[in-house]
Design a protein around this ligand. Structure first.
Ligand code: GTP
Ligand code: MG
Length: 296
């Protein structure tokens, strides 16, 4: 019998959770950026191998904040944690573990029997995996050394040993998804996420947090060879629209071109993206919008 398990990937914002899920699944499943709190949903990436199937659930980074959107993101991570068979706790070796790290580790402590920890970014010159290991030994003393790994998700270092361990710990079962799937995200969501990634990478300060992307319309054209998509980047305030459009429309053009390029690499269609900007005042405090965006 083959193995099958859901593995929730948990940790602080920017620890590299999404990078790791992409590396483990050998596909671009989740968007990645240097801006903390990039991931806003529980995103499933599926790995199929000889041993069986692991479904990784990428989660929003956990941090201490009482703001409405952050509380919602934290609920999403907690739900993924409750539903998973195995928990993969990711730490960032380039940042000293502080109060936030302590808070996450304490939440994980009752589940030590199904927990694996990985200390990430060991490729960085200022990385201190030893500090991470000492922290784990202190806060999660029940976690054996055989369930602690030093990795670089970016350089694919140490990830094979981590995977083997996860497959060993996984229970037997039928695969959850067909074996040619690497994610279960719907088309419109994936397109919106790629647009959001390209926008985050080009915008500064508060802007990445103040926007979301949404597909309004998608249609196959030219005998099903082309995929035409109309999408919006939605800002919180009218005054932010100008920064996203840029001088003479240069910014929105750069975002559109980068997104379109990646969409063309992912899909077999020729993607034509019509990208616009609009405002949804104060959407981060709007319950209906947050439900639609986060609890999907
Ligand atoms: N040097 C180095 N950088 C990494 C590694 N893993 C991730 N990063 C970088 O760290 C930043 C954050 O990576 P993400 O994968 O988006 O982090 P995350 O944990 O998903 O972040 P949130 O979604 O915001 O919680 C990006 O700039 C990545 O390129 C690594 O192993 N080494
Ligand atoms: Mg992420």
């Amino acid at each position: 019998m083959k193995k099958a398990a859901f593995v929730a990937v948990l940790g602080r914002p920017s620890a590299g959770k999404s990078t790791l899920v992409n590396t483990l699944c050998k596909a671009k499943v989740a968007i990645v950026s240097p801006v903390p709190q990039t991931t806003r949903n529980a995103i499933r990436g599926i790995l199929n191998r000889e041993e069986g199937q692991l479904v990784f659930v990428d989660t929003p980074g956990q941090h201490l904040s009482e703001r409405k959107l952050n509380r919602k993101l934290s609920d999403t991570a907690s739900r993924a944690m409750a539903e998973a068979d195995l928990l993969l706790y990711l730490l960032d070796a380039s940042r000293a573990p502080g109060a936030e790290e302590q808070n996450i580790a304490e939440k994980l402590a009752p589940f030590t029997d199904r927990l694996v920890a990985a200390i990430n970014k060991t490729d960085l010159p200022d990385a201190s995996p030893a500090a991470g290991a000492a922290f784990l030994a202190r806060v999660l003393p029940g976690l054996g050394e055989d369930r602690r790994f030093n990795i670089s998700a970016l350089k694919h270092d140490g990830t094979e040993a981590l995977l083997s361990r996860l497959f060993e710990m996984a229970g037997e079962g039928e695969p959850f998804y067909p074996e040619d799937y690497y994610t279960d995200q719907d088309l419109n969501f994936r397109i919106a996420e790629i647009i959001r990634e390209k926008a985050i990478h080009r915008l500064r300060q508060e802007l990445p947090h103040a926007l979301y992307a949404e597909v309004a319309d998608a249609e196959l054209r030219n005998d099903g060879k082309n995929l035409w998509v109309r999408a919006f980047i939605i800002t919180e305030r009218e005054s932010q629209k100008g920064m996203i459009v840029g001088k003479g429309g240069a910014m929105i053009k750069a975002i559109r071109e980068a997104a379109q390029k990646e969409l063309n690499e992912i899909f077999d269609w020729k993607v034509e993206l019509d990208l616009r900007v609009k405002t949804s005042p104060d959407w981060r405090h709007n319950d209906a919008t947050l439900r639609r965006l986060i609890d999907r």
